[in-house]
Structure formats: structure tokens, C-alpha cells
Write a protein that binds this ligand. Structure first.
Ligand code: SAH
Length: 218
């Protein structure tokens, strides 16, 4: 299978055709080898219009969702970004191409380890990955120009709002465990936040101190 053809088709048909116009996002997703972020047996599905299992009951996000979330951060290139939920590392790789530095937090060590390996192979050196509960953010490195959360949260954790710089954008799924609304919060100069609802979505749960308490369906 020629992955470069599949990749170009993915960007044209699933992303550009659905209204994503940020050329830097389209270019990054046209070059990053998404098939390397899934297990060998799933590589032929890597460019399909879907999320896929990555083990540990987690998923690599659907390409369109990665594009929507990334575009919503409106990145220029000089930002420091916090990502919560490294998972496969694919979203991390897309961000890595678009900003100065990516700080990514994953609670499951084996996933963080696998992601690190692929990102190292691709020589993406502007990424720091930490294994911990990402619902409390990354205090030492705050504030961030953008925070992208790839797991669904019952509310907006206050730590993320506190760790955003003025003009900074937080993109996260908010809702119950079955469905959420992708939400964007933008920090205003007066310290308040502009809140926008982008689209309906379905993510795995954000588990931790300021998210869901456990994986069980409550
Ligand atoms: N962007 C990733 C999405 C992975 S799924 C990708 O496309 O591959 C969401 C990830 O969030 C899972 O790996 C899950 O383990 C992780 N996660 C859930 N709660 C978390 C928390 N509190 N801190 C850090 N990671 C968390």
C-alpha cells in the first residue's frame, strides 16, 4: 500500500473538504506518517475516517478531529503548547510541526513509551512527555499559548484556565462519558474567558483529580 497516496486523499477528502483551511495544519497532516502510530495489523486503516484502538482501552483520534482541534488553536509557530493525552503520539507529532515546543502528558506509561519511540524515530525533538495525571496541567511550564485535551471531561478543569496566557486557547471535549461537545475557551485580557462550542464529539474519558474519578461507567 502506498501510504503517501492514502495520506493525501485523507487530507483532501476528510479534512479540507470539510472546511479546514489552515494550510499549515493541512501540510503537517499531509506529511506525518500516521500509519507509524498504530500497530502493524491496523496500518492499512491508518488513513481511514475513524478513530482506531491503540491498546489499553484507548484510541488514536479520527484524523478530522485532530485537524479541528489543531486548527482551533490558530497556531502561528512560536507557541509553547500543552497537550493532555499523548496516546499514540500522532496529535503530538502534528503539534510538533506547528509550534516551538510541545509539552504532552499521558497517564498510561506504556502508551507514553511507545509514543516517545515513534516521535524519536521521526526526529521530533521539540517534545517533552511526562507520565502523570494531566488534569492538573503542567504547572512548572505554564503559562501556555494553547492547551489541547484529547480526552472527555465532565467540566472544564480550573488548572487549564489558570495555565493559559492572555489570548491563549484551550480546546477540550466537555460532556458525559458517551458524548461531549468540543469546547474552546479563550483567555481575555481582563482575566475572563470567551467560551465557544465547536462540535459534537466522542472521546475516551479524562481520568484524574479534576476529570472522571475512574474508567467505570457511572
Ligand atoms: N491524541 C491521542 C489521543 C489518545 S486517547 C491520539 O490521537 O493518539 C486519550 C488519551 O488520554 C489516552 O491515551 C488516555 O490514557 C489519556 N488520558 C486520560 N486521562 C488522562 C489524564 N488525566 N492525564 C493524561 N492522560 C490522560
Amino acid at each position: 500500500m502506498d501510504f503517501s497516496v492514502a495520506r493525501r486523499r485523507m487530507v483532501a477528502q476528510q479534512i479540507a473538504a470539510r472546511g479546514i483551511t489552515d494550510q499549515r495544519v493541512l501540510d503537517a497532516m499531509s506529511t506525518i506518517p500516521r500509519h507509524l502510530f498504530v500497530e502493524a495489523g491496523l496500518q492499512s486503516h491508518a488513513y481511514s475516517d475513524a478513530s482506531l484502538p491503540i491498546g489499553e482501552k484507548q484510541t488514536i483520534s479520527q484524523p478530522y478531529m485532530v485537524a479541528v482541534m489543531t486548527a482551533a488553536l490558530e497556531l502561528k509557530g512560536d507557541e509553547r503548547i500543552l497537550e493532555i493525552g499523548t496516546g499514540s503520539g500522532y496529535q503530538t507529532a502534528v503539534l510538533s510541526r506547528l509550534v516551538k515546543r510541545v509539552y504532552s502528558v499521558e497517564r498510561i506509561a506504556v502508551l507514553a513509551g511507545r509514543a516517545r519511540k515513534v516521535l524519536d524515530q521521526l526526529q521530533m525533538s521539540n517534545i517533552n512527555i511526562k507520565i502523570s495525571d494531566g488534569t492538573i496541567g503542567w504547572q512548572d511550564q505554564a503559562p501556555f499559548a494553547g492547551i489541547l485535551v484529547a480526552a472527555g471531561s465532565p467540566d472544564v478543569p480550573s488548572s487549564y484556565l489558570e495555565q493559559l496566557e492572555v489570548g491563549g486557547k484551550l480546546v477540550l471535549p466537555v460532556g458525559d462519558k458517551d458524548q461531549q461537545i468540543l469546547t474552546r475557551m479563550i483567555r481575555q485580557e481582563d482575566g475572563t474567558f470567551k467560551r465557544e462550542q465547536l462540535l459534537g464529539c466522542r472521546f475516551v474519558p479524562l481520568i484524574g483529580e479534576q476529570g472522571w474519578l475512574s474508567e467505570s461507567i457511572l
